[in-house]
Write a protein that binds this ligand. Sequence first.
Ligand SMILES: N[C@@H](CCC(=O)N[C@@H](CS)C(=O)NCC(=O)O)C(=O)O
Length: 217
Amino acid sequence: MAKLILTTFDWVPEVPRGYVRDLRVRWALEEADLPYRVESVPFGDRKPAHFAHQPFGQVPWLTDGDISIFESGAILLHLGELSSALMPADPRGRSEAMEWVFAALNSVEMASLPWSILKFTGDTGDTPASKPLDDFLKIRLKHMEPVLAGREWLAGSFSVADILMADVLRLVDRFDGLAGYPACGDYVARATARPAFAKARADQMAHFAAADGKSQR
Ligand SMILES: N[C@@H](CCC(=O)N[C@@H](CS)C(=O)NCC(=O)O)C(=O)O
């Protein structure tokens, strides 16, 4: 039986499928070829046991034996300790990977998520309320563009930093937000062409599709 257990929702609506953050964890597990299994918690009726693992009632979380970890970034850093396919072995490469993990989540996703939420609602980004969010994201992309034009992967070799950065930018790309940033677009295309991403995405889509029609919501 697999020691690593990834928990996600049993079902989500169509729109977020392919983008639920368990995909980041699946992607890392597939890259590292680590055995794991997936368990589900109700999307609708979130029980105290769910909040005991994820205090915000969200997903994903990962258990590794008696360790339970929430936050996709923390989970990927934990997995990085288990496989050199996810984290450079040399100290400089490791610190570069870690800084880019935080940059993905704390500098880029901080700007991309509010922007994406607006896009989900159909906002065009040019209203007085949404323009500052549009500008905030554009500043981040403007600075990511030369970084990604100059390297294949963020920390030398492919790492958990690339899984997080590519997944963050992928959601921007979904709403054509990378149109003026070709290096960012090429990076997302390069990352998502990896077989481990394709497997992770297909598995997530199959997981949620399998629940369609069941009456647990
Ligand atoms: N910072 C958290 C965010 C987790 C998150 O936003 N999860 C979403 C799915 S991608 C969720 O559970 N949404 C349902 C909700 O917020 O109620 C992480 O990276 O793990």
